[in-house]
Design a protein around this ligand. Structure first.
Ligand code: UGY
Ligand code: MN
Length: 261
């Protein structure tokens, strides 16, 4: 069901949903429940807004389908807004500060506050799917963020906390100019976190592949490719990768800043 699966119209069964929305705590938003949102600047695009401050997030996440000629030419972001785009599938051209980046699946671009992100589909008439993020940048004296673009295929695969079957990739530099990072965490079937994390940082996570069982606030929830999860500050969290495929998700995490009163 849902527009992204092209399953709309009359239902074929009793209406039901795997969605779980616990504001300021956690949310699971499966693809079937997503609807289109119209946002100025996005042309020939289907845009769905995921996490927002209404859910308890300090950031905004989006799923964007750029159709043939889909684009954002006016620029996404703003004076105090940092942005990030990741190509889930397809090929786009993304530009920032008059430099253009050709991004295919796994490619990404981070724009610091004040630099607008422009997007154009470049996939020979076929759609491209993007995971998009924005947040108010928390500037500290003496440090600045900068434009970063790469592809996850080029990044170091780190054994997560000493586990060779759980792989972490850091998409942005570990540099105090950055107040957040984007990571990809991948679990071979049967692998899991080493413990249930409880931390001040928030996450917005989009599942790229596989199936998992996720502990969210001490409830075990089955999740799969295409699901989106919001984890608010302090929500207990951990996962097992289950099924035959690698369970993998991209997620944001605030970092490098002290608490302000
Ligand atoms: O970086 C993290 O906090 C990450 N391990 N959290 C998560 O996967 N839920
Ligand atoms: Mn975490």
């Amino acid at each position: 069901m849902g527009y992204l699966n092209n399953q709309i119209g009359y239902p074929t069964d009793i209406l039901s949903s795997r969605s779980v929305i616990k504001r300021n705590n956690y949310a699971l938003i499966p693809v079937e429940g997503l609807v289109r949102n119209i946002i100025p600047g996005f042309e020939n695009c289907d845009v769905t807004i995921l996490s927002t401050p209404k859910l308890g997030a300090s950031f905004v996440d989006y799923l964007v389908t750029l159709h043939a000629d889909g684009n954002n030419s006016q620029g996404f972001g703003g004076e105090n807004i940092e942005t990030f785009v990741y190509v889930i599938d397809g090929k786009i051209s993304a530009s920032a500060d008059n430099t253009s980046y050709s991004l295919t699946s796994g490619g990404y671009l981070y724009c610091p506050a004040g630099v607008l992100l422009h997007l154009h589909n470049d996939n020979a008439g076929k759609p491209s799917q993007l995971f998009l993020y924005k947040r108010v940048y928390n500037r500290i004296k003496g440090y600045e963020a900068r434009i970063i673009s790469d592809n996850v295929n080029n990044l170091e695969k780190i054994h997560y906390e000493g586990m060779s079957d759980v792989i972490l990739q850091d998409l942005l530099p570990k540099d105090l100019g950055f107040d957040m990072n984007i990571h990809i965490l991948s679990f071979e079937p049967g692998a899991s976190h080493g413990y249930i994390e409880t931390h001040v940082q928030e996450h917005g996570a989009y599942i790229l592949s596989g199936t998992g069982v996720y502990n969210l606030d001490n409830e075990w929830v089955p999740v799969k490719k295409g699901d989106y999860i919001f984890m608010a500050a302090y929500v207990p969290q951990a996962a097992y990768g289950v099924g035959k495929e690698r369970f993998s998700y991209i997620y944001s995490k605030d970092c490098n800043r002290d608490v302000e009163f």
